[in-house]
Design a protein around this ligand. Structure first.
Ligand code: PHE
Length: 347
């Protein structure tokens, strides 16, 4: 091999074996094989040689070209592999390793999985409700029109259906828009008197922004007994909120419309930030909206096979995402679903 080619080869091999990024490799490719590249120049210079020398050096130069191209390619593969291995190493965690300790005490970015903030809230509420004698019910996420709407006193052409636009599966099923779909399922399954909560995932055909998601979480509550009044509802809600906020809270009811309750309410609680004096969080009103509720409409009791002259009920719907957002001061609902572990590991 000519001295020029030999030193070119040594230099190129040394440079290629220490590169660690694709960008550096690309620079080397241009440096050697580009239009004005070092090896390209050598090949161009062949024409000035005697035919004999040209044949010999030409062969060597072409062999060197193939050798260096191979080296570059294998180096490129290694760099890529290292890049993806690094991502896999950084983002790997094992969701089956749930520590025995409470997740809040967990340090960020350990390899262990941990409980999602919505589930933390759900478990907290389940504990409060089971301590009050409630059973926990479950219902399907792909629902029939009957349980999601029809049984809940939405007539076929009822405009309230539009408040809860959803996704239809094409075989007369839909993705449930609220956990209220579990109300009539529970009536059919259990006999009154009964107290149930039904946590779970719900869906709406929404324009997505910081406070609206197409997929979110609710917890339905329902009490059925011989005599149920708004007083029972208020008491249950105050007990619940005291459990969540770990202190006594004042509440108030405003009228709210839902076809499956009569009367229907929006329940507000006194702002826990300013104690009711008025602040930016409560928009100076002293109150924050927490949950819709009401007394179960007689038509809903009938749909569940209960005689409305014998039984009465109260129901409420907790928005789990909203509660978690209030609790941890989270500003954007989209954080819950975007699989960003930096967000999730904070809890
Ligand atoms: N299901 C209603 C919703 O999602 C909330 C609700 C539940 C209202 C129970 C009244 C009683 O908007």
């Amino acid at each position: 091999m000519s001295i020029d080619l030999k030193s070119l080869r040594d230099e190129a091999i040394r440079a290629m074996t220490v590169t660690n990024t694709e960008e550096e490799l690309e620079n080397l490719r241009v440096e050697y094989f580009g239009k004005k590249g070092k090896l390209t120049n050598q090949l161009k210079a062949l024409k000035d040689l005697t035919p004999d020398e040209r044949a010999r050096t030409g062969k060597e130069a072409n062999e060197l070209k193939a050798e260096l191209e191979n080296l570059l390619e294998s180096r490129r593969r290694k760099v890529k592999e290292a890049y993806f291995n690094e991502i896999a190493r950084k983002e790997h965690y094992d969701p089956t390793v749930i520590p025995g300790k409470f997740p809040q005490s967990y340090l960020p970015h350990t390899d262990a999985g941990h409980i999602h903030p919505i589930s933390i809230m759900q478990q907290k509420l389940e504990n409060i409700f089971t301590s009050m004698g409630f059973s926990i019910m479950d219902g399907p996420q792909v629902e029939t029109d009957f349980f999601n709407f029809g049984a809940l006193n939405f007539t076929d052409d009822h405009p309230a259906r539009e408040m809860q636009d959803t996704f239809y599966t094409g075989d007369s099923h839909l993705l449930r828009t609220h956990t209220s779909a579990v109300q009539v399922r529970s009536m059919q399954k259990l006999r009154p008197p009964m107290r149930v909560v039904a946590p779970g995932r719900v869906f709406r055909y929404e324009e997505i922004d910081a406070s609206h998601e197409h997929t979110f979480y609710q917890m339905e509550g329902m009490i059925i007994d011989r005599e149920i009044s708004t007083a029972n509802l208020i008491h249950t809600m105050k007990t619940l909120l005291a459990g969540i906020f770990e202190k006594e809270v004042e509440v108030r009811l405003r009228p709210g419309y839902f076809p499956f309750v009569e009367p229907g309410f929006e329940l507000d609680m006194q702002c826990s930030i300013c104690g009711g004096k008025g602040c930016p969080v409560c928009k100076n009103s002293g109150w924050v909206e927490v949950l819709p509720c009401g007394l179960v409409h007689p038509n809903v009791l009938k749909a569940g096979g209960l005689d409305p002259t014998q039984w009465q009920g109260a129901a409420f719907g907790l928005g789990l995402n909203r509660l978690v957002m209030m609790h941890y001061a989270i500003e954007d609902i989209r954080h819950f679903q975007n699989l960003n572990t930096d967000f999730l590991f904070q809890f």
